[in-house]
Every structure is written in C-alpha cells, then in structure tokens.
Design a protein around this ligand. Structure first.
Ligand code: NAD
Length: 266
C-alpha cells in the first residue's frame, strides 16, 4: 500500500509534542505540506519543522490557542495564504487537569472542555467551510478529511478525570453528528482513540516503574503504545484507502477497551 500525500495540505493542532508531533512528522515524510500548530512551545515547533524539512517535506508553524475562536480563524487564514486551502485537519490538541469530582473547580472543568472539545468544534467548522468553498480537487475521492483525536475515555468512564472523560465522550458525538451532516458533501470525518501512548501528557506514569506495572494490567497486548502506532493509523485513515470509513472511531489501545478486569471471570 503506497500512501502518498503529495500536494495535500494537512493542519495538525498541538503539533509541537507527543502524538501531534508524531502525526505531523509522518505526514511530512509522506509528502504533505504540514501546518504545525503550537500554543507556547515555539522551539519544539521549530524542531518539528526542521525534522519535516530534513525528510524532504515542507511545513509552516502557526501559533494559536485553538480554544479561542479568533485564533482558529487567523490560523486557517495564515495556512491558506501560505499553502492554499487545507485538505486534512487533525484535531489533536488536548490537556488534562485532574481532580477528584468533589474537589474539581469549575475552572478545571471549563478549561478542559474548551481545549479538548470546543477547539475541535471550532477547527472542524472552519475546515468544513474551507473544503466547501474550494470543492473537489481532480482525482480526489473526498473534498476534505477530518480526524479527531479522542481517547479510550470516550468509552471508558474515568474517576478523577470527569472533565477529560466528558470532553472525549463529547468528541464522539460531535464527530458522529458532523459525519451525518457533512457526509453528503463528501467531507469524511472519523476519530482515532488512543489508549496509553508514551507522551509528555502521561510521563508521570511511564517514568515510574510501579505505576507502569499497574498500567500494563490494563493493556492485554502487554506494552505501552508509541506515537507511531497512532500516526500510522492517521495516515491510513486520511488516505483514499479508507474512503469508505466515515463517522466511526478506531481504537489504538492494545486491547484496553476489552475490559481486561473481566479476563479472570470478573
Ligand atoms: P501532549 O501534551 O504531548 O500534546 C498535547 C498538545 O496540545 C501539546 O503540544 C500542547 O501544547 C497542545 N495544546 C494544549 N492546549 C492547546 C491549545 N489551547 N491550543 C493549541 N495547542 C494546545 O500529549 P499527547 O499525549 O500527545 O496528547 C495529544 C492528544 O492525544 C490529546 O488530545 C490527548 O487527549 C490525546 N490522547 C493521548 C493519550 C496518551 O496516552 N498520550 C491517550 C488518549 C488520548
């Protein structure tokens, strides 16, 4: 299977670290022009750009807080001026602000909902508008493609993280409702739902032997995920090989959603 994104423009939110970085670099290696969104980590975003350029690709770094409407609009304008309309949006930026439910502040609740869920609404809406204005490109099957980075916690409840789990459950219904509404326009949208992937967001777990031992009990396949496990699926899902996959979530979790707690008869 030869997956090539030559002449395609992909915008990746939160692309200066972790999964976003891995996805941005994978698209760069596959020939795409990559818009690398970052919020504060300019140095890291520049490293991602260098790595894409050194693999023969091209990129543009754009600063934006994707939970702010004005920032999202100007990010799409800047991308459009530089590369033309985008073809693929990867809604990836996300945060955790953990707290037990009774101690969670309203600020911790709204911040996570705004960054993880409202940002995906804003970016998907803007991408959809750009796709429709441009229309279909010759030789393409879809006029545009959106991938939402969700989590196993769109399915698995998560005590101590109600803001995060609610944001990811919200992404599932956001994605599916957009899929119902925009499918007829040949806009394809899906989610990828990682399990435990080794990135800065969960460094406190993978850098601690005892916590890792506990985590592995939740992963039937017996290892933590790597960023490329997710990036490879994103490449496939954004390609025409996946043209009939629409409105669904692909879990990339080593079996975490198999409810391994029930493996020994519950
Ligand atoms: P990460 O912390 O490395 O990446 C998150 C990125 O989002 C960072 O680059 C951060 O700067 C950026 N970001 C945060 N707020 C932003 C804002 N307002 N505007 C723009 N960018 C912003 O962690 P990661 O693990 O790579 O997370 C990426 C996505 O994957 C998140 O949506 C996360 O919920 C999801 N995810 C991760 C895991 C995992 O195990 N690592 C599991 C499931 C889901």
């Amino acid at each position: 299977m030869d997956i090539n994104f030559k002449d395609k423009v992909v915008l990746v939110t939160g692309a200066s670290s972790g999964i976003g970085r891995g996805i941005a670099e994978a698209f760069g290696r596959s020939g795409a022009k990559v818009v690398i969104n970052y919020m504060r980590q300019k140095g890291e975003a520049e490293e991602v750009l260098e790595s894409i350029e050194s693999s023969g690709g091209s990129g543009l770094i754009v600063q934006a807080d994707v939970s702010e409407e004005a920032d999202v609009l100007s990010m799409f304008e800047e991308a459009q001026e530089h590369f033309g309309d985008i073809d693929i949006l990867i809604n990836n930026a996300g945060i955790q602000a953990d707290s037990s439910f009774l101690n969670m502040s309203f600020k911790e609740w709204t911040k996570v909902i705004e960054v993880n869920l409202s940002s995906q609404f804003l970016c998907a809406r803007e991408a959809g508008r750009h796709f429709l204005m441009r229309g279909i490109k010759e030789g393409d099957r879809a006029i545009g493609n959106i991938i939402c980075v969700s989590s196993v916690h769109e399915l698995i409840p998560w005590a101590g993280h109600v803001n995060y789990a609610a944001s990811k459950g919200g992404i599932m219904q956001l994605m599916k409702s957009i899929a119902q509404e925009l499918g007829e326009h040949k806009i394809r949208i899906n989610s990828i739902a990682p399990g435990a992937i080794k990135t800065p967001i969960n460094e406190d777990v993978w850098s601690d032997k005892a916590k890792m031992k506990e985590l592995l009990k939740l992963i039937p396949y017996g290892r933590i995920g790597e960023v490329d496990d997710v990036a490879n699926v994103a490449l496939f899902l954004a390609s025409d090989y996946a043209d009939y996959i629409h409105g669904t979530t692909i879990f990339i979790d080593g079996g975490m959603t198999l409810f391994p707690g029930f493996a020994d008869n519950g």
